[in-house]
Design a protein around this ligand. Structure first.
Ligand code: NAP
Ligand code: 8YV
Length: 314
């Protein structure tokens, strides 16, 4: 039987490349000196795409060049890098990697929250720079007495809340659909949630519906003792408004795993002492990335062997 042709627009982890090489004819687009010419020659035969955020936007422009495309398997639970509506309109299945990364990302969110409040990277720098002998590190803000607001309360948001339950802090949430009887207070808008908490943790999908839902108004509502943690997508936060709020003391601090123009982080943020900045590492352990990679491969194999995807999106 002929092996289906799969396009990989950007490099993925070796375990994924090896597994796809065994089962499919894998087209490594990033390895081609002329990607356009390569797609002109091979685009007609491509039936699957192995996608990631490194691959840029996967949408109509690429779909036009892949007339036989059946499935886009995304490496990541968030799939705002893919035009899913356009894919659906063309009968192309999109899959993502839910479930296998919830705990890892939730662990990271809690670590980032504590690192931001207790200023752990700054304290580490203090030791490394030999400043300790000149005096103790300044006292930090605390998690004690704070109210947590979850902006987004899906799989990862709820995993974060379960962890924070152990820290004895009250937790409230906002999402579009209220959940009854779950033991957490609900707020009907991001600004109402921000006004009712001291720590706002963003964990909603990216895309047009959530673009800049954390804006100047939400930051003002969070207030001068407020801390923003963003582990969702950079697009969710108005970065300029956030920089202005951090500068002006409208909010106290921010812990950020994601940015509007990754991998570029504004100098203004890199120069600030009241932020902790991570290079989008929410799921980035060897264990969890291997599980995500395996699910990308399994989705493609299931589709071409059995005609069904394991984790198709909505
Ligand atoms: P999920 O289970 O689909 O949950 C998404 C939550 O966001 C739901 O509670 C949803 O509730 C809410 N939501 C969606 N649109 C909204 C809107 N317009 N306004 C308010 N709330 C909205 O997704 P998940 O697995 O928890 O992942 C969430 C996101 O985290 C991903 O899409 C991805 O962007 C990001 N993520 C980041 C990393 C990282 O490395 N930093 C890792 C994994 C995931 P309603 O539908 O009721 O509104
Ligand atoms: C990945 C993520 O880092 O799953 C997501 O939505 O943001 C992360 O787990 C990213 O998708 C890697 O491309």
């Amino acid at each position: 039987m002929t092996k289906p042709d799969i396009l990989m627009p950007a490099p993925m982890m070796p375990s994924v490349v090896t597994a796809l090489d065994e089962r499919f004819v894998l087209h490594r687009l990033w390895d081609q000196p002329d990607a356009d010419a390569y797609l002109r020659t091979h685009g007609q035969t491509i039936r699957g795409v192995a996608a990631s955020t490194l691959a840029g936007r996967i949408g109509g422009t690429l779909f036009d060049r892949l007339p036989a495309l059946e499935i886009v398997a995304n490496f990541g639970v968030g799939y705002d890098n893919i035009d899913a509506a356009e894919a659906r309109a063309r009968g192309i299945v999109v899959t993502n990697t839910p479930g296998v990364l919830d705990d890892e990302v939730a662990d990271l969110a809690v670590a980032l929250l504590l690192a931001t409040l207790r200023r752990l990277p700054q304290a580490d720098r203090y030791v490394r720079e030999g400043r300790w002998p000149s005096g103790p590190f300044p006292l930090s803000p605390t998690l004690r007495g704070r109210r947590i607001g979850m902006l987004g309360f899906g799989a990862i948001g709820q995993a974060i809340a379960r962890r924070l339950d152990g820290f004895d802090v009250p937790i409230a949430y906002h999402r579009r659909t209220r959940q009854r009887d779950i033991g957490y207070d609900y707020h009907a808008s991001p600004v109402a949630l921000a006004a009712a908490c001291d720590v706002l943790i963003a964990i909603v999908p990216g895309g047009a519906a959530t673009r800049h839902i954390v804006d100047a108004e939400v930051l003002a509502a969070l207030g001068p003792q407020g801390v923003l943690i963003n582990v969702s997508r950079g697009s969710v936060v108005d970065e300029r408004a956030m920089v202005a709020a951090l500068r002006a003391g409208t909010i106290q601090a921010a812990g950020l795993d994601v940015f509007e123009d990754e991998p570029n982080v504004p100098d203004a943020l890199r120069e600030m002492e009241n932020v902790v900045l991570l290079p989008h590492v929410g799921s980035a352990s060897q264990h969890t990335r291997a599980a995500m990679g395996a699910l990308v491969v399994d989705n493609l194999v299931a589709w071409f062997d059995e005609g069904r995807a394991i984790t198709p999106v909505g």
